[in-house]
Each structure stands twice: as structure tokens, then as C-alpha cells.
Design a protein around this ligand. Sequence first.
Ligand code: ADP
Length: 448
Amino acid sequence: MFEKVLIANRGEIALRVLRACKELGIQTVAVHSTADADAMHVRLADESVCIGPPQVRDSYLNIPALMAACEITGADAVHPGYGFLSENARFAEILDEHKIVFIGPTAEHIRLMGDKITAKQTVADLGIPTVPGSDGEVHTVDEALAVAQEIGFPVLIKAAAGGGGRGMRVAESKDKLGEAFSAARTEAAANFGDDAVYIEKFLGTPRHIEFQILGDGEGKAIHLGERDCSIQRRHQKIWEEAPSPALNSEERLRMGEVVAKAMADLKYRGVGTIEFLYENGEFYFIEMNTRIQVEHPVTEMITRIDLINEQIKVASGRGMTLKQDDIQFRGHAIECRINAEHPETFVPSPGKIEYYHPPGGLGVRVDSSVYQGYEIPPYYDSLIGKLIVHGETRNECLMRLRRSLSELVVNGVETTVPLFNRLVKNQDIIDGQYDIHWLETFLAENSD
Ligand code: ADP
């Protein structure tokens, strides 16, 4: 097992990783920017190193500074969390060259899945169903038109290097295609420095359903069921649940087996998520994330398995002790992302937390890095914590979520809590009847 892990992240995920390390008896090193000197992950770690000024490119994305921090502290492994360098193949390679373990998949797999075109081709070859569309990159509007006519309008033009919902454009009909094609290309070039785009059939009312997998890198892989992340605004998830209210156990097992077999064949190492759109009983792959995800706790709550502990164990070469039969699903879990932002406009709201009181009790988990008196810096993601609740049934889970939200107090900054208070009372949410557009429609219809 590792002796000392450096956590190349901040916020709630840095704390989450730190907790898993402590329970495995591993020493922890926190890194931080000058803006995060008072952060909780710094306070709780065994050691900490300042890696630069507030801007992420100078600190949390600063590979030389992170390598220096590893050297000074003698860390033998790095956990990248999510975001920042977690899907940076070059970082994984550099660590490898310095004989420091990157707690994640191989650089080759990160690269393969980081490009949406190669990812789609790879998983299709492994037997995973994908959205009908172009065979790889589309170079001209004429080529785009030929594909669109074959699969039928509306179509979606997507950036190969895309992420965070950027570089995507819908074309409803033939006369809108040229404009959508150039807009997607321009946005892709501006955001990702790569203007390659491809085309997919645009699905009208899908749900976003993703499968959690774990592989040992040597040909064994299992799945830990799915998460439904359809409640999104601007393609960003804010509420996730497991199991999905839309799937029955046969569908879950069927697709779970498909993804687990594919990941075993790929010899994938560590945790990963295969994301699908799900419509009319069919799954369509959209992307794979080669890292731990923000919403992993809902899976942990229904399987009682510590995913980060498993991820660290596999990376340390201890192998994978879990077998598919060990994975039993129990009850229902929902996660609400508590962001420091306006609950309707989603404009970030950094500042000082004047008063903070988290909820508690059976089946309630709060993964957060904030405390009373903490000053939320303006430089980073607005996620300040996650409220995750578990119940034996979905209904019990919803009752517990309402109760927990009523106990939670965050004063001094705006948060998304008032939005969740509205969602938990909504009949569509209670019925589990929603698709990826539901939240945008709800907000448009219910704005003051
Ligand atoms: P990103 O990496 O930018 O998040 P994804 O491919 O994961 O891109 O897609 C993000 C979101 O965009 C999905 O959750 C879904 O809401 C929407 N989306 C993606 N592909 C399609 C499609 N073919 N049809 C309809 N919506 C889509």
C-alpha cells in the first residue's frame, strides 16, 4: 500500500480523498493556492504545500509545482480528484516517468476517452450502443448534410474535444445546418483549440443515465449500477439519484453486464463512468469519464462500497477483491449539489459564510469543505458541498431529503438550497418523471 498520497485538488473532493486515505492508514499531503490557505483540506491533512497564486493555471493546474510538492514531501502516489488534472494524460505520464503512481487509469485510456470521436469508436467496437451519427469527424457542410439526411433531423453537431456542454449545436432542419456547423466549429476551436466536430442524432426527451464501473487493469471489471443525472441546467448536473426511477432491474443488469464486459476487454484500471442517454427503452453512449465523479456518493450509499478506497487499492497493485456478486443494491439515494450561487440565475455568490449548520441523522451524509466563518474564494467552481440521503425506498429517501434540507442553514452567501426546497415538493420529481430538459422548462415556467 502507498505510504503517502498527495491530493492534487481542493474543496469537498480533496476532503473526501483525505478521509479514504486516513482510513487506509496512508499519510496525506494537501496542496493549495494562496487563496486556499485556510481551507479545510489543508487543515486536516498531515502536511501541506502551497503551489501557487489563486489562478488555477498557476496552482491546481501547475504540473511543475505539483511535481516539486511530490518531491519535497516524498509522496509515492497522487490522487487527482475530479476536474483539474484528473483527465490529463500528460500529467499521468509525467508521474509515471518519476515513478509516482497516478491514482487513475493509464495515460493511453485517458487519451482514448478524452477525444469523443475515438471514445465513441472504441466503445462501439466493444459492444456498447452509441447514438446514430457520422463515422468520425465531419469536415464540410456537404458531408454533414449527407449524414443528417441519412439519420434524419434534428441533429446535434458536437466538438470532438468537447466538455462542460460547450461546442454543441442543434440543427432542426436542412437550412439551419450550415449555421450550426460553423458555430460548433468556432466554439470548439475557441474553447478547446481543436475544431474537429462530428454529428449525432439529436434525441428529444432522453434521460441521462450513467453506469459506474471498476476495473483491475488486467481484464477483470465489475459494474456498480447506474445513476440518473437528468436534472441539469445548462448541461450541468445538480441532482443525481440511484437507482434510476426509469429502469427496471432487468434493464439495469443487462446494460451493467455490457459495460462491465467492455471494460474488462479494454483492461481498464480504476473507477470510471460510462454515460448514456436513455430514450424509449434504448441506451445511447455519449461519453466516458475516466475518473471519480462528483455524484459517486449515491452509488456508495446504495452499495455500501467506498469507491475511493477501491480506487486506491487497485492503483496500489493490491488488485480487486470485489466480485460482481458482492455488489448488492439496497434502497435509494439522492444527492443535491449545494452551490454558492443564485438559485434561479445560477450566478456565483462567493463570500463569507456567516452561519453554517449541516443536517444529520440516519441516512444523511454531507460531503462539504466549508465551515462557519469560511470565506468562499471567487476563483473556483461554486460547488461548496453535497447533501446525500439514503432511504429504504424512494419515498422514504424523499421524506428524509425534505427533512434534511429544512435543517440545513448556510447564511451569508446565496445557495441552490431554495431550488431544492421547491424540487422536493414538485409532483414530477415525486413521480420520478423527468428528462434532461425538465429543469430548464421548470425554471422558465416558474420564474418570478
Ligand atoms: P460534455 O462533455 O460537454 O458534458 P456530453 O456528450 O456528455 O458533453 O453531453 C452533455 C449533455 O448534452 C448530455 O447530458 C445531454 O444533456 C446533451 N446531449 C449530448 N448528446 C446529445 C444527443 N445526441 N441528443 C440530445 N442531447 C444530447
